[in-house]
Write a protein that binds this ligand. Structure first.
Ligand SMILES: NC(=O)c1ccc[n+]([C@@H]2O[C@H](COP(=O)([O-])OP(=O)(O)OC[C@H]3O[C@@H](n4cnc5c(N)ncnc54)[C@H](OP(=O)(O)O)[C@@H]3O)[C@@H](O)[C@H]2O)c1
Length: 273
């Protein structure tokens, strides 16, 4: 079977998460370019992966190139690799937060075989959640290739409008950190109330896992699941009333809005560079 040749430009946290998932899938051969020796060594340790210092060496012959550098330097990196992209004509995938397709096309001298993607770090353990948006002239085959790529590290949702990528960014892109923050707070509170740290950790994390699994099994409203564990006059009700009176829904909404606003600010800040 002919392998699909994947190239990553940038071998940092997100590339490592994706490669960790992909390397188990024998359909792909993987190349990663990164200027940092430590980053290359970490990637190379994941399995049968070729690493490079020069981006063009990774891009050469690639069927698909994933740009996985920080948004701040996407413009500089894309402009530098534009001729290599035109020469080898791969499908281009960008995972940079806040960087729009129009910016990428501009930097890549009019190249438009581009899919913009917002993955998240649970891709590392095959539990990623990814939003995808394809430019108009991206073929059905390229859409399939991108979907298969991100399906090997989790779940995918195609978006009809590019602007919705910012919503995905503030939901699932940044979302893992929101849950970690909540868990940190729950663990610390239990420790402050006298529970051993190791017990607090085990119980809090298993609770998150159990709740997530139940939520995934539920097709309907989550409020129904919440009602099932909330006896009138009971302990859960006391806690939920406190969440509501302290403005938790508004705080979560404001935090997500801040992430989405930051994504569009990044488009303004870094899209022009
Ligand atoms: N982390 C997440 O949860 C997440 C989620 C969704 C999307 N993303 C997106 O994923 C992208 C990467 O984020 P990250 O967290 O993985 O960042 P990161 O850990 O900083 O990784 C970026 C890597 O690119 C390297 N690099 C710098 N200049 C380069 C060049 N010219 N050519 C090739 N590689 C170069 C960096 O090396 P140096 O460190 O030596 O500069 C670094 O190893 C970002 O655009 C971000 O918006 C991240």
């Amino acid at each position: 079977m002919k392998k699909i040749k994947m190239a990553f430009v940038g071998g940092g946290n997100m590339a490592r998460a994706l490669v960790t998932g992909l390397v188990k899938d024998t359909r792909y051969s993987i190349r990663v370019a990164d200027p940092g020796e430590a980053a290359r060594a970490q990637i190379a340790a994941l399995g049968d992966i070729r690493v490079f210092t020069d981006n063009e060496d990774a891009i050469a012959e690639a069927d698909c190139v994933v740009f996985a550098v920080k948004p701040q330097i996407m413009g500089q990196v894309c402009r530098h690799e534009a001729s290599a992209i035109h020469k080898h004509q791969p499908l281009v995938v960008s995972i940079a937060a806040g960087i729009e397709c129009a910016h990428l096309t501009g930097w890549l001298d009019g190249y438009s075989r581009i899919v913009r993607v917002m993955p998240n770090t649970p891709a590392l353990i095959g539990a990623g959640a990814t939003g995808l948006f394809a430019m108009e002239n991206v073929s059905a085959a390229d859409r399939e290739l991108t979907a298969a790529l991100f399906a090997s590290v989790g779940l995918n949702v195609w978006l009809e409008e590019e602007a919705l990528i910012d919503v995905v960014t503030c939901l699932s892109g940044s979302g893992p950190a929101y849950f970690f923050y909540m868990l940190e707070t729950m663990e610390q509170t239990a420790i402050n109330m006298g529970l051993a740290a190791s017990d607090a950790r085990k119980l809090a994390r298993q609770t998150a896992l159990g709740a997530a699994r139940m939520a995934l099994q539920e097709d309907g409203e989550l409020a129904e699941l919440r009602r099932c564990v909330t006896s009138p006059g009971g302990t859960t009700e006391a806690a939920l009333k406190m969440f509501a009176s302290q403005g938790m829904p508004a705080t979560v909404a404001a935090a997500m809005q801040a992430a989405a606003t930051r994504a569009s600010e990044m488009a303004d800040e870094f899209g022009k560079k």
